[in-house]
Design a protein. Structure first.
Length: 243
């Protein structure tokens, strides 16, 4: 086993232990089953990892640079978070990131950036939804989370990802601009022009798709997920339609 495999296995174990301990302490219950909890988090983490790693689930659009691909690994994290809480969502994001590490092509910097952006997107939304379990709460949760994630994505691309590819990976600014211009010719530089005309619309489109799919799936399966508390989106909407 190489060092990446050892790091992956170690991080995976640490994430599971911390998640289990934190969740059991913040949600004391005589019916809490740690084995069932770990199994469910692992299932959602595995689903998220598949959506994150397997190329067939990634979508490239001709009007965005070729290195920007849509992937929807945050959907399982959202669903698990709405059902289990923010720590479960965070664990799912950590698990899918850990699974991706052996396949890294960016010295783990790209995976770390995705981990930060996914966490900033999913966890705030779950925290807000926990306190406002209604349609207003859902709208506020997704709105705040999207704003935070979009802002962070531009900052990280300008100050972390682009400098990393230029100085650590040997990419030149002219080379990056050449690739970007194939999709968006009016971008003038790989700084804020790239951030506003490529990163911002790309992430806005991806976030919108993730929100719609998450809402539809969670509304229809929350009853099947027996670890919900019966106060989810679908429950409230079902009551309104039957009254």
């Amino acid at each position: 086993m190489n060092w990446i495999g050892i790091v992956t296995l170690t991080l995976f174990t640490i994430v599971f232990i911390i998640t289990l301990k934190v969740y059991s302490r913040t949600n004391p219950s005589s019916v809490f089953d740690p084995i069932r909890f770990m199994a469910r988090v692992a299932i959602f983490g595995g689903m998220s990892a598949i959506l994150y790693i397997v190329p067939v689930f990634q979508v490239n659009l001709f009007f965005f640079p070729s290195f920007l691909a849509l992937h929807f690994d945050e959907i399982p994290a959202f669903i698990c978070g709405f059902a289990y809480g923010p720590w479960a969502a965070f664990a799912v994001i950590a698990i899918k990131t850990i699974f991706k590490l052996p396949f890294t092509s960016s010295m783990m910097v790209g995976e770390l950036t995705d981990f930060i952006l996914s966490s900033l997107y999913v966890v705030p939304a779950v925290l807000i939804y926990q306190r406002m379990r209604n349609l207003r709460g859902v709208s506020l949760a997704f709105g705040v989370a999207t704003f935070v994630q979009l802002t962070a994505s531009m900052l990280l691309n300008v100050y972390v990802m682009i400098p990393f590819y230029e100085y650590m990976m040997g990419f030149s600014e002219s080379g990056l601009l050449f690739v970007i211009h194939k999709a968006i010719p009016w971008i003038s530089d790989v700084g804020w022009s790239y951030a506003f005309f490529a990163v911002l619309p790309f992430n806005a489109l991806k976030d919108a798709i993730v929100i719609v799919i998450t809402f539809i799936i969670y509304r229809n399966i929350h009853v099947v997920l027996r670890f919900t508390d019966g106060r989810g989106i679908g429950k409230k909407m079902k009551k309104k339609t039957t009254e």
